[in-house]
Write a protein that binds this ligand. Sequence first.
Ligand code: NAD
Ligand code: UDX
Length: 346
Amino acid sequence: MAQEVSNGNHNSSTKPPPTPSPLRFSKFFQSNLRILVTGGAGFIGSHLVDKLMENEKNEVIVVDNYFTGSKDNLKKWIGHPRFELIRHDVTEPLLVEVDQIYHLACPASPIFYKYNPVKTIKTNVIGTLNMLGLAKRVGARILLTSTSEVYGDPLEHPQTENYWGNVNPIGVRSCYDEGKRVAETLMFDYHRQHGIEIRIARIFNTYGPRMNIDDGRVVSNFIAQAIRGESLTVQLPGTQTRSFCYVSDMVDGLIRLMEGEHTGPINIGNPGEFTMLELAEAVKELINPEVEIAKVENTPDDPRQRKPDISRAKELLGWEPKIKLRDGLPLMEEDFRQRLGIPRKN
Ligand SMILES: NC(=O)c1ccc[n+]([C@@H]2O[C@H](COP(=O)([O-])OP(=O)(O)OC[C@H]3O[C@@H](n4cnc5c(N)ncnc54)[C@H](O)[C@@H]3O)[C@@H](O)[C@H]2O)c1
Ligand SMILES: O=c1ccn([C@@H]2O[C@H](COP(=O)(O)OP(=O)(O)O[C@H]3OC[C@@H](O)[C@H](O)[C@H]3O)[C@@H](O)[C@H]2O)c(=O)[nH]1
């Protein structure tokens, strides 16, 4: 398949960026960066907020409609003078003065994004248009959390950013896959046409504390099942692979991308690749050796393999993941045990 070669920085006939908000240069606000995080009450978003809030020069505004996120994830920041939380749906326009936009708002678990597919498309298309319109009005830099799902059921392995993907445009996952592909297109069209400073991260499967217990994604399912003593539900055939990135590594990669000079798209993920049976065996061994592994029906269009080529992230961002799967799973177990109210037996 013909593929365009790029170094992560788009360079053909782009306009210069628009003038940013005058506040960015005001002597009173000079030290503060106002950062909007859409979807900041969700899993990755709330960890990103924690990291951004560590920097005393940052003011953070979260907007979220709480479809899959929760105020609980942000409770330590509510009332903090550098933090604001707004209930807002990104499919409606938003007027705020900010310097940077991390645009995460979108359900990420297949169960939730397939629940109301039309809404998922609206979130990806109208939501991203609204955030780009905001970026244009105030001259903000905007980062989109795109996904490895833009590669669909990939025919190239591992996946580099130059691969254009193998996506079913009319399947049950298309609302998300194609939604994110259009979101990427919109980002580049605003960049070329209006000079908006864009960043695109293609995120691969990410896991860690604060995932919804009933989120439906594989790592949270297996950990909750192991703690409850239920069978681990490996969807057939079990030989399909994924690459799992711990959330602190992901947040580090996203911030490096935002702060760096490269538009992307850039893959952010952990290249360690596991079959779902291997993942189940690891969870069983680490969390509850007594549980059984059950094979269950799969859902349509499940990608058979997925592994990021992260050469570009290494070279352009100086980023690579630090936490191996076997070290990350126990960190997540603690959080799940607390929320499930099931302490470890000694
Ligand atoms: N976690 C992963 O493995 C993964 C992989 C690839 C891409 N991503 C992307 O990263 C982002 C965050 O994923 P996550 O795992 O934290 O998911 P999540 O479901 O925990 O968080 C998404 C957040 O967006 C909010 N949201 C959804 N629709 C909204 C709307 N219309 N308006 C406002 N808020 C809305 C939800 O309430 C939630 O708080 C998503 O854009 C997702 O597509 C995640
Ligand atoms: O209980 C389960 C759940 C899932 N699975 C399998 O585990 C694999 C991973 O499934 P998940 O639902 O965790 O996630 P997926 O890899 O399908 O999508 C994910 O990847 C890219 C992101 O953009 C999405 O937001 C994210 O959900 C699939 O092969 C699925 O069949 C199980 O074997 N058992």
